[in-house]
Design a protein around this ligand. Structure first.
Ligand SMILES: C[S@@+](CC[C@H](N)C(=O)[O-])C[C@H]1O[C@@H](n2cnc3c(N)ncnc32)[C@H](O)[C@@H]1O
Length: 381
């Protein structure tokens, strides 16, 4: 077993939950605010590409004390760059260590070591702060040099080398350059879609009954799973079809089974679906009208009431489609009102009436959003 460190994305709790579901909670060794360390046989680019909530994956090469960090780094660099020549890109990141070290002296020491091998290095760091992951990605540090990470946890300081980083170009291609977009329907960010798909566990066939422009279907297919999607609007069914066809062209993949059809999720029946067993449902159903200002308590109540009706109906109708203990991972509307968040009232009860229990719930939001998403994992009872 090797140790790998995963840098968590913005919504830390949700990102950690994704990792625990995918890699097994029992394999979590240690964590700090930004990083989770897992023991695994192997981590690679495919794992990185499937994770919506991990910024980068690092392979641990040592765990040591503050006093021995420099020596350990020196040893690793000498091993890693023996036989290299020319100029390399070098980035240094510290997690949970701001007080113990300043990056400048450490960087200078690394420069000296690399120079002893006849190498020049260009530092990606230009202050005591960690370089932005996007800078590391754009400068191709992983291909042209090394990205080193010092991670302080309770048991010591881990030293780790980055082996993969989120491909921000691919995400923005899928998010902004797919042929059919519709800001009015409230498209799901691809990274959130990936996290939610992973929260469904080892499901092979996943259904999105509110497919919109097809974000979930695209991410499901990229993970090598079978995707089913439906929408009440003919236009959205066509958008999903076109986006999936575009995806297959842009991101060649071995497995591309997907089914798209028009249906009202409140009336869904097994016979409307292709002859195929569904393992899980992952979806962002209607969140309510977009809001330009915080809704009044009365307005909020009306929105919640209307949505409760929709949720009760579709959840009940989808119940027979799922296997025993089958999962639904869904977005639920909540509202931000200054510092207060108004969550969907009595959803626990609603879910139970429809035949589910809530297994997990998380908030997913940005400071500037009024309508926000809670991410709920339901299990069929
Ligand atoms: C929030 S959008 C889904 C966005 C989608 N995840 C994406 O990234 O494009 C909700 C979708 O649900 C559809 N919808 C609303 N009510 C529906 C219903 N009763 N049955 C099926 N689809 C419905 C809407 O047409 C809309 O496309």
């Amino acid at each position: 077993m090797n140790l790998y460190a995963f840098q968590l994305g913005r919504q830390k709790e949700l990102c950690l939950a994704e990792l625990k579901t995918l890699l097994g909670a029992q394999n979590l060794v240690e964590k700090n605010n930004d990083i989770a360390i897992f023991q695994l046989e192997k981590a690679d680019q495919k794992l990185q590409d499937d994770l919506g909530g991990t910024i980068k994956i690092m392979e641990v090469f040592d765990k040591t004390t503050k006093e021995n960090v420099e020596k350990s780094l020196e040893k690793h660099l000498l091993q890693e760059f023996e036989g290299w020549s020319g100029k390399i890109q070098f980035a240094l990141n510290m997690f949970g260590l701001k007080k113990e070290f300043r990056s400048k002296p450490l960087l200078n020491n690394c420069k000296r070591v690399l120079k002893s091998l006849g190498l020049n290095c260009r530092f990606v760091n230009n202050s005591d702060k960690n370089p932005q992951p996007s800078t590391i990605f754009k400068a191709r540090v992983l291909q042209k040099g090394i990205d080193i990470n010092l991670i302080k946890c309770d048991s010591g300081i881990y030293l780790a080398q980055t082996i993969s980083i989120q491909n921000i170009d691919d995400y923005s291609l899928r998010d902004y350059n797919k042929p059919k977009r519709d800001a009015k329907v409230g498209m799901t960010p691809p990274k959130l879609a990936q996290i939610m798909i992973n929260l469904a566990g080892p499901a092979k066939t996943i259904y999105d009954p509110f497919c919109g422009t097809g974000t979930y279907l695209m991410e499901i297919m990229l993970m090598g799973k079978t995707a089913l999607g439906s929408d009440i609007e003919r236009k959205m069914v066509e958008y999903t079809e076109q986006n999936c066809a575009w995806l297959i062209q842009k991101f060649p993949m071995k497995y591309q089974k997907h089914y798209i059809f028009k249906a009202d999720a409140r009336l869904i029946e097994k016979q409307f679906l292709p002859q195929i067993e569904i393992d899980a449902i992952v979806t962002e159903s209607y969140l309510g009208e977009p809001q330009t200002k915080e809704p009044t308590p009365e307005k909020r109540e009306t929105i919640f009431r209307e949505l409760a009706n929709l949720h009760l109906n579709w959840l009940a109708k989808c119940h027979p489609l799922l296997p025993k203990n089958g999962k639904i991972v869904m977005c639920l509307t909540a509202f931000r009102d200054g510092k207060t968040i108004h969550h969907f009232p009595n959803f626990n009860q609603l879910a139970e009436t429809a035949g589910y229990k809530i297994k997990q719930s998380f908030s997913y939001s940005r400071e500037d959003q009024i309508v926000i998403r809670d991410i709920i994992v339901l299990e069929k009872i």
